[in-house]
Design a protein around this ligand. Structure first.
Ligand code: 13P
Length: 252
């Protein structure tokens, strides 16, 4: 049984002081939901101090990015190896990384592999642009990004991987995808992973949706059987809104 996963991606928001205040507030509001895993993805600079403050029974941490080499002359990069003991997850291939920082499929594939090697769970973000959607290419784009992103992952390692479906046109636009379209995309994703690894291995992967989620829209996505959780951007910056979204994932 796959556990529901709710990740808050803070992107480039909250300095050390703000991040610490937010975490304090959220830790006081959240019970330790055994059936929901809560993860926060703060900026890299605040990650370590939050790791000392966080109650891991209530929430865990994710990095928003990493580099795939363990050390060396790579100015400005953070090796995934250095996240050990600090973060449990790392976002990889977020569309802001793909399109603003021109990350290649090769970078993404190597980062996924490096994360697994270092026992940090990769959250592989995939999704089509508005042009690709208009041309009816969503299925092919998702298949290509999965095939490439997972190319170095074995069937045994697949259970460590989370896939986040984040259509580029839905991110930060207020134009969230319809639940029916998220359901279809989730099915396409699992079917393709099944095609690559077999049905049983594909069942071990958690699939999330992200893109303009609000407390009002969260329940519709969480009602999708095949979907295992959410990757929340702007709404996670407000601890009360984020808590409301988390509470919708909690059954009973
Ligand atoms: P928004 O929820 O702000 O659209 O961001 C989604 C996202 O990119 C999460 O990674």
């Amino acid at each position: 049984m796959r556990k529901k996963l709710i990740i808050g991606n803070w992107k480039m928001n909250f300095n050390m002081h703000e991040a610490s205040l937010y975490l304090h507030k959220l830790m006081n509001m959240l019970p330790s939901h055994r059936d929901v895993e809560v993860v926060l993805a703060p900026t890299i600079l605040t990650l370590q101090s939050l790791s000392l403050q966080i109650n891991r029974r209530i929430a865990k941490l994710a990095a928003q990015n990493c580099y795939w080499r363990d050390s060396g002359a790579y100015t400005g990069e953070t090796p995934v190896a250095h996240l050990r003991g600090i973060a449990d997850y790392v976002l990889i291939g977020h569309s802001e990384r793909r399109y603003i920082f021109i990350e290649s499929e090769k970078d993404i594939r190597l980062k996924v592999q490096a994360a697994i090697r270092n026992r940090i769970r990769p959250v592989l973000c995939i999704g089509e642009t508005i042009q690709e959607r208009t041309l009816g290419e969503t299925k092919d784009v998702l298949a290509d990004q999965l095939t490439s992103g997972l190319a170095n992952v074995t069937a045994e390692e697949l259970g460590e991987v989370v896939v986040a479906y984040e259509p580029v046109w839905a991110i930060g636009t207020g134009d969230n995808a319809k639940a029916i379209d998220v359901k279809k995309a989730t099915q396409m994703i699992r079917r393709h992973i099944s095609h690559l690894y077999g049905k049983k291995a594909a069942e071990s992967v958690r699939i999330l949706y992200g893109g303009s989620i609000t407390p009002a829209s969260a329940a519709d996505y969480l009602a999708i059987d095949e979907l295992d959780g959410l990757l929340v951007g702007a709404a996670s910056l407000d601890a009360y809104q984020f808590k409301e979204i988390i509470s919708k994932a909690h059954k009973g």
